[in-house]
Design a protein around this ligand. Sequence first.
Ligand code: PLI
Length: 461
Amino acid sequence: MDKKYMAEPYRIKMVESIRQTTKEERIKLLKDAGYNPFSLRSEDVYIDLLTDSGTGAMSQEQWAALMRGDEAYAGSRSFYRLEKVVKAITGYKYFIPAHQGRGAEQIVLPQLVTKKGMYFISNMHFDTTRAHVELAGARAIDCVVDECFNTQEYHPFKGNFDLLRLEQIIQEKGKDNIAGIIMTITNNSAGGQPVSMENLHATKAIADKYGLTVIIDGARYAENAFFVKQREAAYANKSIRAIAKEVFDMADVFLMSAKKDGLANMGGIIAIKEDEALFQLCRTYIVPMEGFPTYGGMSGRDMDALAVGLEEALEEDYLLHRLDQVRYLGDRLRDAGVPIQYPTGGHAVFVDCKVFAPHIPFDQFPAQAVVNEVYLEAGVRPVEIGSFLLGRDPDTNENIESPLELMRLTIPRRTYTYNHLDVVADAVIAVYKRRHDLKGVEFEYEPPVLRHFTARLKPVK
Ligand code: PLI
């Protein structure tokens, strides 16, 4: 692929000041935060690459739409405007809003767990998805291609399902014990890596063979569609909308954190293709958990902003620039020898910290150690995606060793410029040069669920 990167397809109309701190300040701030950057105040972060979730900039059309927001509890105009957009994009019959992705998960996943001892199989479960699978009394099995774990080797679709294993798992566990197949597009946890259309069709064929429900976890479905267009020849001339529609045709349920490819700061989507009984169950349970089915935890303003954002996220110029920003940062790091998940995915550059700091054992969280150093270096806040995040086995309570120890440099949408990404690259490269001196971290306090959010750590002596 050429080394040109698309310039911003927008101009800046409003700015938010960000502040650089001194190294001395950051040493103290990080210590006070228990060596867990989740506990830093964002005002103490210069460039915030913790997440691309709800952190993007809205367009003038979205801000205008906020003013249209109709704050009715039941049956607002905002709800019907959003419903129309969701139905047009997905082609599905039913739509319920939720306050964000995990809200959608907590409503839908338990409805599919009809007895004890069931499993969801995904290319890779996101952490909240895994948590809701487990809270629903089921178990989560990841089933991604091996190429995903070889970060240095090029593969265009590292998010793909391992089709042979998928069928083996179904046969081994018994089809009646499979609650559903979750297609996570893009595959966040392993690098925002796309899943090919060919692989989605093959996965759907297996689901059909065994009569299984297919769920799309589509927080970044538009980015996935753009990768399909770029990397799968048969789709080069298809529109993003048509590619996305072909993907939706293959599933029964669409769950979306609208804080990513909805270009919204808050929101979630439950869309159901045609299963009326499932829709009725979700409509029932959403009321006590998220809110009345025509707002599901969202305000009218947010629903209107999302209705516009969903359309903008399908624009090709926007998507090309988005993926080029990620590729730019990845190329800068690769050129300096920093090991990253290659090729870069849709929303972040993932640095391979098993290769970066091989002297730190998995239960001293090598990627967390690198994350902390990058913050100390330049006030940049990345996030760990590795053994620290993965947590403990729910049956044995042992630390699970993640196959990948990644530091995610997550790029918010329409927010930072290429100059900011240079600051990030320089910081990571500086830490890479002194990688042999890095030390691991250990727990001072470990919460029982989703520990990475609120744990306190300290450097290993
Ligand atoms: O953060 P939520 O509750 O709106 O969405 C949960 C969620 C579900 N699926 C996937 C693939 C996600 O990436 C996801 C949230 N991701 C976050 C917060 C992230 O930083 O990647």
